[in-house]
Design a protein around this ligand. Structure first.
Ligand code: ZN
Length: 70
């Protein structure tokens, strides 16, 4: 549940992690997408926008979505 970590060595605030690739989001970096669920995604990931990927994945599981551990 720790969404915010103060990294003293870097003196950067980690705002969270990309919902797709788990990349850390640092407070001094831009390029993040935040959706209506307050999830964060890379705008410029290794294979393009992680947000686009997330939307694709969501579309694919929308028909028979199963939620575990909730
Ligand atoms: Zn990402």
């Amino acid at each position: 549940m720790a969404n915010k970590i103060w990294n003293k060595s870097k003196a950067l605030l980690i705002c969270g992690w990309c919902g797709v690739c788990q990349k850390e989001m640092l407070s001094n970096e831009g390029g993040w997408i935040v959706n209506a669920e307050k999830k964060h995604f890379c705008h410029d990931g290794r294979d393009g926008s992680c947000f686009d990927k997330y939307c694709e994945d969501k579309k694919n599981i929308a028909e028979d979505a199963t939620y575990e551990g909730v």
